[in-house]
Structures are given as C-alpha cells and as structure tokens.
Design a protein around this ligand. Structure first.
Ligand SMILES: [Zn+2]
Length: 285
C-alpha cells in the first residue's frame, strides 16, 4: 500500500489536469472491464481530474465520471515520459497526454490489471474492502475492531491480515514486519491473542505502513515511482528476505517458512508460536 500511495501522490503532482489524447492497449489481458475497445473509446478525450487510493487500488478520476482503476500487483510500474526515458519492453498500456507527454504501464510479471468503471461499478468494487489502516477511524478504533473481528476466528493471523476484507492495504512484505514488531508468530491462531497482543498488532500495522509511506515505498525488486525512482523502505526491513541474518532484537537467526502459501520471514525466538500464555484458547461468551 505505501507504494500505491506514493504513485498516487506522484500522479496528483504530475498529471492532474492532463488530457488523454490517445490510449493504446498493448497487452489486452490487462483490461478486465470493459472490453479493450470500449476501454480505449471511453478513455480518449477525457481529462484527469483526480487521483486517489483505496486499499491497493490506484484510482485515476476522469472528467467523464469514469474512473481508471489500476491494480499494479508486484511488478506494475507507471512511468511518465518525459522526464523518464521511454521504456521499450513489457509494455501493457500507453496513454498519450497533452503537451507531448506519455504515461506508460510496464510490468514484466504481467500481473497488473486495469478497469474503467463508472461511479456505481467503482462503489461496488470498493464496498467489500476493510478499513484503511492509516485513517483516523482506524487509529481510534483499530485495536478494538481487530479484536472483535478476528478473535472469534481460529485461522492463522498472517493470512487474516493479508485478507483485504479485514484490513485493506497490507501486503506480504509489510505483514512480516508487522508481525515481527508485534512479537507474534505468523501461525498464531487469531482466537489465542490477548488484549495486549491486539494492541501491539494495531500499533505495528500503523507504524509499519506509515514508515513505508514516509520512505516512498519498498523496492525489493520491481517497484518504482512515476519518475522511475526506487523506494527507500527496503533499508528499514528487519525480517523480510533476511533469512539467516541476525534478528536486530535478540541476535537469533531469521527463518523463512511458508505460511498460508506465502513465503514468510520471522524470528522464532521473538515470535513464539505458542504465544506467551501457551495455546490456551479464549472462551468467548
Ligand atoms: Zn529475535
């Protein structure tokens, strides 16, 4: 999410007010809705009047009332030419803007997706997403919300945090760092967490996503901002892809295992699977 937030801020600064003179879909599978032909027809001639983010969706608002919605996944890059040099490979979409500028979507993983949605379709698409972890409501109520929503669940905490219906915007890099700060094993069952642990988890979610945003995102491999610059948060990671390196707190080795099908990094000494009070389950009234 900090990466999408950074790109959104860049678009606000760089292309607000620009007109889309021509659109070229270079990779038809990019466009999930509507058809690529209709996508191009409805884009051409519109003016970009806003950019916002909801969860990991990047939403470009157009004066036609439509919204151009991107999911950049792990490899999507939106690049503005000039000043960025024209990219040559892995191109999915090209928007010709006024003043001889062009916005390229490049993604060597080909996982990026785009949709052009009217207001009702956009509303429907966003309606199932969980709360935004950096907004005021979550700051105030997030610990209680997490406890009430998740403590009845027997599922492992890591996959629950990645579920965008629970909290929106947490991806696989940040979740490992969040669980490390909260001193929670990624396989802890949600129904075994204490009130104090829910509090720690809430604080860790906000701190990690705020720091990631402040550092303009995390570039482990492919992420770039609109001006093709890497993020800076990767130098602040403690466990993600640090397998075999010392834990900054206890000096023990960081390990990597699959949890919920995802590569997961943690310190087995600081993040005990049994939790501080053993596997005792809370009795829920
Ligand atoms: Zn440790």
């Amino acid at each position: 999410m900090p990466e999408v937030e950074t790109i959104k801020e860049d678009l606000r600064e760089l292309v607000l007010g620009a007109r889309v003179e021509k659109a070229e879909v270079l990779y038809p599978n990019l466009v999930e809705q509507p058809s690529p032909g209709e996508f191009v027809r409805r884009l051409e001639g519109t003016q970009i009047i806003g950019a916002r983010r909801r969860a990991k969706h990047l939403i470009v608002e157009l004066d036609s009332g439509d919204a151009l919605v991107f999911q950049l996944k792990i490899g999507g890059q939106l690049l503005l030419v000039p000043p960025v040099e024209e990219p040559q490979k892995n191109l999915m979409l090209l928007l010709h803007l006024d003043a001889e500028r062009r916005l390229f979507l490049r993604d060597q993983t080909e996982f990026s997706r785009a949709r052009l949605l009217d207001r009702e379709e956009l509303e429907g698409r966003l309606s199932t997403l969980g709360p935004e972890p950096l907004d005021g409501w979550f700051e105030e109520n997030g610990a209680q919300y997490l406890r009430e929503t998740l403590s009845p669940r027997r599922a492992q905490i890591k996959p629950l945090l990645l579920d965008q219906k629970v909290v929106s915007g947490i991806g696989n890099i940040y979740v490992d760092e969040i669980l490390y700060d909260a001193r929670l094993h990624p396989r802890r069952k949600a129904n075994t967490l204490s009130d104090e642990e829910w509090g720690r988890l809430h604080a860790a979610i906000r701190e990690n996503l705020a720091a990631g945003t402040e550092h303009r995102g995390t570039t482990v491999r492919l992420y770039r901002d609109v001006l093709n610059r890497a993020g800076e948060h990767q130098s602040h990671l403690r466990v993600f892809e640090k397998t075999g390196e010392p834990c900054p707190v206890c000096g023990g080795k960081v390990v990597r295992e699959k949890v919920g099908g995802r590569p997961t990094h943690f310190c087995p000494a600081c993040q005990r699977e049994s939790g501080p009070e053993g596997e005792k389950e809370l009795t829920l009234g």
